[in-house]
Design a protein around this ligand. Structure first.
Ligand SMILES: Nc1nc2c(c(=O)[nH]1)N[C@H]1C(S)=C(S)[C@@H](COP(=O)(O)OP(=O)(O)OC[C@H]3O[C@@H](n4cnc5c(=O)[nH]c(N)nc54)[C@H](O)[C@@H]3O)O[C@H]1N2
Ligand SMILES: Nc1nc2c(c(=O)[nH]1)N[C@H]1C(S)=C(S)[C@@H](COP(=O)(O)OP(=O)(O)OC[C@H]3O[C@@H](n4cnc5c(=O)[nH]c(N)nc54)[C@H](O)[C@@H]3O)O[C@H]1N2
Ligand code: SF4
Ligand SMILES: [Mo]
Length: 748
């Protein structure tokens, strides 16, 4: 296949509104050359972001030779972004790990599975015997398949008796979960992608949708192209490719956007855009500790005049007025947000304030309206949020703290309820702190690369090196495998089957299309090898992912996320199903809390049945800035994030030459005025430093970030920006503030 440079690629895809999103069929002539002679096609899902695009995987001579968008899949209708287009390459990268590695005399050396697993079992057993179950831990991922997270959860929480089970969604979606739970009483959005097609006003806040969720962006762009009256408001400290479709951009100071949301809420009420009936019937108010009434809430937000809010946020009063007007006037509205909101010490509160706008105006629960959090990873919702892969959760939206929940799970797991601890385990940052301090002595890491992705790494790398670390990985070397004691080679996407649950509560089946290379095994099998060696084999009679899934389904029966109607036999035929889906003849639920949702019992328009009185809560949260404000020594607000072509730590996308060539190395975006003042020219090497560490990369002098803000895409290990970022966490969600810290830079 001919390879495309970034320019050629953008040219080739310019036909679509968003250059970012392409359907293979959009590139004339290409389909033929790429797909000629392909024999079989398998229905699957893209393994990258939370949009959950359906793909068809082409296999010939037992090799994945092509990937195309699945035209029948309602998440993407055949469209794919550039990363997915090259998915067929990542399985065959030179860096694939083909056999286990065990550290001997300080060096990782080739070993057999038995040798590796015997060692792992010995270490886990000894550690648990000598120090108790809380001295071991599991750290998983929103990219692991649901069945894998399920097995890990059962083994660690149910058999070992430790709640030290976490996953990278803690770094990502925890604040969104906190927001949904506090406001609505239950996790995950009520709406669906179909709302986009009926929405008149989009608020994209802290989301670079064009690069991070390109196919959703494409759908929004299409909606606007067909209906020019559709308005798009962006709230982000930078201009990004998402701005291509913006009507209004509030270029806020990183970490200071809460007052914008309060000021919008105040104006919506003042200008008569509030839905007073909706408020009367479906909304309650709270200051976070005590209930309050509508009048008290109005008094609370009275100080957030546009002028007052503008003072701290770095936007103008008229921009806030305009945003409120566009939102208020529109018949329907959707807010979408991602890490610009969640990765903040005020992450949960910011989520609450977004929900406020919808609850005050009744723009929720009707077609075209929702406060719709975009999920980062493909299975953060499915495996980790629904599957209970965090330290305080159990499968089926259950909590370790509730006796009835522990009992229900213990019954299916065939263990005594006492085995599951009632106290949450260590959250992610505490877990790695535990490794650093030596309280956690043994850890199993699966489908994540924390030695590159955790914040403030100088504090955590040594612990990862010193304690016993087992890393299940598809590639070697990665920053984490390099520190491991045992590295297990695993089957990756298309080499195993399983289920992913995407942003819109849709569970989709991923096919096994080819055998894994070398000695690579399914992650679930590797975990069960440990279980058997420690005497828990009888709890894991699973022959593979399907019977694992079946057991998990029984745990969702009767919950708000009922998946009972989704056995593999059905999922293999359909393009996913949205929960609640309580029986095999149920079509799935497009909209929660309203008629058509099988759990909706009330009368009237909507019933937030996860709250005791059926009312969602509007919160009066005080404004809260970042943990580390800028000062004379560190005058820049450093924010980190993503670009279209690369995925996180780059282990996959950087093996694809086309993606690598498009953006080959790390850089920092700096505003031209700041660069000029500091005598920094485009492409100069600079050093960025904070109180915690430093990193070197090229300067990209560009009018994208607001003055005083630096933006670094964090994908490159050679320019490890997570030595610089802060590990301050939101006290509610325990999610780190990757999006803001105080930093400075100089010519390197
Ligand atoms: N190409 C690609 N796509 C991905 C990923 C990837 O690695 N590569 N990863 C996936 C994952 S796991 C995730 S979590 C998502 C993340 O998706 P996004 O959150 O959309 O991406 P980010 O670039 O992390 O951050 C989004 C925006 O937040 C803005 N921001 C920073 N600080 C603030 C603030 O204080 N307030 C506001 N309002 N905005 C702020 C940044 O300027 C940035 O443009 O992407 C998913 N999709
Ligand atoms: N500075 C900064 N840091 C951040 C963020 C940020 O915005 N700024 N964002 C945070 C967020 S939102 C996230 S989600 C995290 C993501 O951080 P990570 O999860 O650490 O990043 P990935 O590169 O996605 O790591 C996934 C790993 O799984 C491996 N892998 C692929 N397939 C399989 C498989 O089937 N099985 C197994 N066992 N392994 C497999 C890949 O090779 C890769 O090494 O990063 C966080 N870190
Ligand atoms: S938008 Fe996300 S799910 Fe869709 S093809 Fe791109 S990376 Fe994959
Ligand atoms: Mo994420």
């Amino acid at each position: 296949m001919k390879s495309l440079s970034r320019r050629e690629f953008i040219k080739a895809t310019a036909a679509s509104t968003a250059a970012a999103a392409i359907g293979v069929s959009l590139i004339p002539g290409m389909e033929k050359s790429v797909f000629a002679g392909t024999t079989t096609w398998h229905k699957s899902v893209c393994r990258y972001c939370g949009v959950g695009c359906g793909v068809m995987v082409g296999v010939k001579d037992k090799k994945i030779v092509a990937v195309k968008g699945d035209k029948e899949c309602p998440t993407n209708f055949g469209l794919l972004c550039v990363k997915a287009f090259y998915l067929n390459r990542i399985n065959y990268a030179k860096t694939r790990l083909l056999h286990p590695l065990v550290r001997k005399n300080g060096k990782l050396q080739k070993a057999s599975w038995d040798e590796a697993m015997d060692l792992v079992a010995k270490k886990f057993k000894k550690t648990i015997d000598e120090n108790g179950p809380d001295s071991v831990a599991f750290y998983g991922s929103g990219q692991a398949y649901t069945e894998e997270t399920y097995i890990a959860n059962k083994l660690f929480k149910g058999c070992f008796g430790t709640n030290n089970v976490e996953g990278n969604p803690r770094l990502c979606m925890a604040s969104a979960v906190g927001g949904y739970l506090t406001t609505f009483g239950g996790d995950e959005p009520g709406g669906s992608y179909t709302d986009i097609d009926k929405c008149d006003c989009f608020v994209l806040i802290g989301s670079n949708t064009a690069e991070a969720h390109p196919v959703v962006f494409e759908r929004i762009a299409k909606r606007k192209a067909k209906n020019p009256n559709v308005k798009i408001i962006i709230i982000d400290p930078r201009k990004t490719p998402t701005n291509k479709i913006a009507d209004l951009h509030l270029k806020c100071i990183p970490g200071y956007d809460l007052p914008i949301l309060h000021a919008m809420a105040r104006l919506l009420i003042k200008e008569g855009y509030a839905d007073e009936d909706f408020i009367k019937n479906h909304v309650a108010f709270s200051d976070g500790k005590n209930p309050m009434n509508y009048e008290q809430f109005k008094q609370f937000i009275e100080e957030f005049t546009p002028e007052n809010a503008a003072k701290t946020c770095g936007v103008t009063p008229s921009e806030i007025v305009e945003a409120a007007k566009l939102f208020g006037q529109a018949k329907t509205a959707m807010s979408m947000w991602t890490m610009g909101i969640n990765q903040r010490i005020a992450g949960v509160w910011a989520n609450n304030l977004i929900h406020n706008l919808h609850l005050l105006t009744g723009k929720i629960g009707v077609p075209g309206s929702d406060s719709f959090s975009l999920t980062g990873q493909p299975n953060a919702c499915g495996g980790v949020r629904e599957g209970g892969g965090l330290c305080h959760l159990l499968p089926g939206h259950r909590s370790v703290k509730k006796p009835a929940h522990r009992e229900a799970v213990a019954k299916i797991w065939g263990i005594s309820p006492d085995k599951i601890q009632p106290k949450p385990g260590l959250h992610t940052m505490a877990m790695f702190d535990g490794l650093a301090k030596g309280n956690v002595k043994c850890i199993w890491i699966c489908t994540t690369n924390p030695a590159q992705s955790l914040p403030n790494l100088n504090k955590y790398l040594k612990g990862m090196e010193e304690q016993f670390m087992v890393v299940a990985e598809a590639y070697h070397p990665t920053m984490t495998t390099e520190l491991a004691d045992v590295v297990l080679p695993v089957a990756m996407w298309s080499e195993k089957e399983g289920v992913y649950g995407c942003t819109e509560r849709r569970s989709q089946h991923l096919a096994k299309c080819v055998d894994p290379p070398g000695e690579a095994k399914w992650d679930g099998e590797a975990l069960m090898m440990l279980a058997r060696r420690l005497g828990y084999g009888d709890k894991f009679p699973f022959k593979g992912p399907e019977d694992t899934w079946n057991e998990y389904l029984t745990l969702t029966k009767g919950t708000d996320m009922d998946l009972t109607g989704m056995p593999y036999s059905r999922l293999k035929k359909v393009r996913g199903l949205q929960w609640p889906c309580p029986s095999e003849d149920h079509p799935g639920t497009e909209k929660r809390f309203v008629k058509g949702d099988p759990l909706f019992k009330g009368e009237g328009k909507i019933n937030f049945y996860k709250k005791p009185n059926g009312r969602a809560i509007v919160f009066a949260r005080p404004p809260k800035g970042p943990e580390e404000p800028t000062d004379a020594q560190y005058p820049f607000a450093l924010t980190t994030g993503r670009i279209l072509e690369h995925w996180h730590t780059g282990t996959m996308t950087m093996t694809v030459p086309e993606l690598n060539r498009a953006v080959p190395k790390a850089y920092v975006e700096i505003h031209p005025d700041d660069a000029k003042r500091l005598g920094i020219a485009n492409k100069d090497m600079v050093e960025i430093f904070s109180r915690r560490g430093k990193a070197q990369m090229e300067a990209r002098v560009i009018d994208r970030p607001r003055k005083g803000t630096l933006f670094v895409p964090w994908h490159w290990r050679e320019a490890l920006i997570n030595l610089v970022t802060t590990d301050a966490i939101d006290p509610g969600s325990k999610e780190p503030e990757y999006k803001v810290c105080a930093a400075n830079l100089k010519k390197a």
